[in-house]
Design a protein. Structure first.
Length: 320
């Protein structure tokens, strides 16, 4: 027996180098099973993101360098689409100017109007939820085709607006037929859909401590001073968020121009996305439409970056 003690010690030493015990393996298998179940449950989202978002994005970038008519094969033409865009396409410049006018006028006016309504609602105590619901409804239905058709009838030659003007003895106007006023009918519709921005502003106003206003009242500050010295500075983070979101939405507008005016008259309401849609599904030039889409992405990225870059000067946080 004594002669086997070295063998026993060697065997014990080997056991220390063996893989983990069976109990530890069961825990590891259990963790792997849980991870597998987790991946299985989120697999629809992963597959959907890859197939419906990432793949179309990458494929559209490829198509922007090709000549593709949705039927045949895509022919690689390099930067020709971008060269045509900047050098020989006057409609591209027209659509870009209309979109800048639409977003440049609509976004600030929408934010100002939403802030004013939020300030009024912040003072309402009774039935505040009911008022919020009614004022938010335009944002829910505002982007629908039905509302666009209603808006077209409202500002039509025989629409409700001209009927009211005629009943008051005032001159009527072809709001949608005049290039100088057609774009502003779309801007008014964009401003009318202020509900989402209003709710965000209202949430920001509710988070401002009332003690600030009480202390300023003791010091003799009136309402206007309180607004510019307390409300507006503390609301700047919310303004930043709304400004970024509404800027993106303004550049991506499509339905009003497509349904109400069809880009007319004289292309005065030809928004950029409508022009991109025409190239893709009316002219069947998907390669050029993809190039237009990527240039719009660049524009939105630049404006968003500029807004965030400038936010260091005018956005104030509680810890600053």
């Amino acid at each position: 027996m004594g002669l086997r003690e070295p063998e026993v010690q060697n065997q014990m030493q080997k056991n220390k180098n063996l893989p983990p015990t069976k109990k530890f393996n069961r825990k590891r298998v259990g963790r792997e099973f849980e991870n597998g179940m987790g991946y299985m449950f989120i697999s629809p989202f992963i597959i959907g993101t890859v197939m419906l978002t990432l793949f179309p994005i990458v494929y559209s970038l490829y198509l922007s360098f090709t000549n593709f008519n949705l039927v045949g094969e895509a022919d690689w033409i390099g930067l020709s689409n971008y060269q045509e865009m900047f050098t020989s396409d006057p409609m591209f410049k027209q659509a870009l100017e209309v979109t800048f006018l639409y977003a440049g006028a609509g976004v600030p006016l929408r934010l100002v109007f939403a802030l004013l309504i939020a300030l009024a609602l912040n003072k309402v105590v009774e039935a505040a939820g009911l008022y919020r619901t009614f004022l938010y409804l335009p944002s829910i239905v505002g982007g629908s085709v039905g509302v666009a058709i209603m808006w077209r009838q409202l500002f039509g030659n025989d629409g409700a607006l001209n009927s009211v003007l005629a009943s008051m003895g005032l001159p009527t106007h072809s709001w949608l037929g005049d290039p100088d006023t057609a774009i502003w009918t779309l801007v008014v519709l964009y401003i009318w859909q202020f509900g989402s921005s209003m709710l965000i502003f209202l949430a920001g106003l509710r988070n401002i401590p009332k003690t600030y206003y009480e202390a300023s009242s003791v010091d003799g500050a009136h309402k206007i001073q309180q607004f510019f010295k307390i409300t507006l500075p503390l609301l700047t983070p919310v303004i930043l968020f709304n400004l970024v979101m509404q800027t993106i939405q303004g550049f991506m507008a499509f339905t009003p121009s497509f349904i109400i005016t069809a880009g007319g008259p004289m292309n005065s309401t030809l928004l950029y996305i409508l022009y991109m849609y025409r190239n893709a599904f009316q002219f069947f030039d998907m390669g050029y439409a993809s190039a237009l889409a990527w240039f719009m992405l660049l524009i939105i990225a630049v404006f968003t970056a500029l807004i965030f870059k400038s936010s260091d000067r005018w956005v104030h946080y509680d810890d600053n």
